[in-house]
Write a protein that binds this ligand. Structure first.
Ligand SMILES: [Zn+2]
Length: 343
């Protein structure tokens, strides 16, 4: 009987060594209810009491060997179905799947959105291709203002029919979007409108041809500069997670009257002076002012009734401040080694 068991084992090994062995047929042939091994176990009653435990043990060993071979063969078939060699060592560490993250400028934009939203502002977005009307005419730019010239603005060829609303360009600033918003909403307003703007400028450490802008506008019957300054200081402190020094000084822009400039203490050098802050310890981060009466009129509002507070936040500069990086071009490049350190 021992020989019979050895023969069964040898036959089963032989059958399973074939590349395309039929596993179910082999299982039935040897281990099934009417299988050969089962037959041996059934005949054990005829054995002497001394032989019985030995043969029983051997029969169990043969059974587990065949079961183990069947299991391995099944695994081999599964791996083969995925084109993996049976010799493949899947206990080895695999290739690391790179994880994505937000670009530092996008992150800054989201953080500002959160800060403004917490103060009751709405987030609004306009189109990147706009017209001369929305880019200049309704913002109080005189017809001969140098910013209208092609040296500053990217005009789209073949879209100049002579009328300002048809002459298309890449938006050189976001202010036109505020007019779009006001034309379709009822005052009072509190909204921000972030997005890309395009200028035909020479790039240097602080200027880029395409960059992100972030504007905020409040239009109400009564809103003071002091309230605006406190609001900006609290937004910046929220975004930077600490108290940020802020100063306000007079400035001039065509679409505000009066205008101001808000500076923040340079966080790159801590106010001591560096190339980013032109060695003065402060960096210009947002021009702003009260919307010019002509801008309010363009939006269909009466400037005698309404006033407001407008700021244009230099998102790139805030990102430079957040990470202490002194060249804005690094954030617009595609060097992942540089960008990954901010995840
Ligand atoms: Zn500095």
């Amino acid at each position: 009987m021992k020989d019979v068991l050895q023969k069964i084992k040898a036959e089963a090994i032989e059958a399973l060594s074939s590349r395309d062995a039929d596993l179910e047929a082999i299982r039935i042939k040897y281990l099934g209810k009417k299988g050969e091994l089962t037959g041996v176990l059934r005949g054990m009653g005829q054995l002497s009491p001394e032989e019985r435990p030995k043969i029983g043990q051997l029969a169990n060993e043969v059974r587990s060997e065949i079961e183990e071979l069947l299991r391995k063969k099944k695994e081999e078939y599964e791996l083969r179905a995925f084109g993996i060699s049976p010799d493949f060592d899947y206990t080895l560490p695999g290739d690391e799947v790179p994880s994505g993250g937000l670009h530092p400028i996008t992150q800054m934009c989201y953080d500002l959105n959160d800060a403004f939203r917490s103060m009751g502002f709405e987030i609004f977005g306009g189109p990147e291709i706009t017209s001369e009307y929305y880019a200049f005419d309704n913002l109080n730019f005189p017809p001969n203002h140098p910013a209208r010239e092609s040296m500053d603005t990217y005009w789209l060829e073949g879209h100049d029919s002579g009328s300002a609303s048809d002459k298309l360009c890449l938006r050189p600033h976001l202010t036109g979007d505020s007019v779009r918003y006001m034309a379709t909403h009822k005052p009072p307003y509190r909204f921000v409108y972030p997005g890309h703007v395009y200028r035909n400028e020479t790039t240097d450490a602080r200027h880029e041809r395409a960059f992100f802008q972030y504007e905020a506008l409040i239009v109400d019957k009564d809103f003071t500069f002091t309230a605006g300054k406190v609001m900006i200081k609290s937004i910046l402190s929220k975004v930077f997670g600490r108290d940020v020094p802020v100063r306000m000084r007079a400035g001039f822009f065509p679409f505000v009257e009066p205008g101001f400039e808000i500076d923040m203490g340079c966080l790159v050098c801590g106010g001591k002076g560096c190339s980013v802050c032109k060695h003065v310890g402060w960096i210009e981060i947002m021009p702003g002012g009260t919307p010019h009466p002509n801008v309010l009129r363009a939006a269909g509002l009466d400037p005698d009734e309404y006033t407001g507070f407008y700021v244009n936040i230099g998102l790139d500069r805030l990102v430079m401040m957040r990470y202490g990086v002194d060249d804005v071009r690094l954030f617009h490049g595609t060097d992942l080694k540089f960008l990954k350190q901010f995840h």
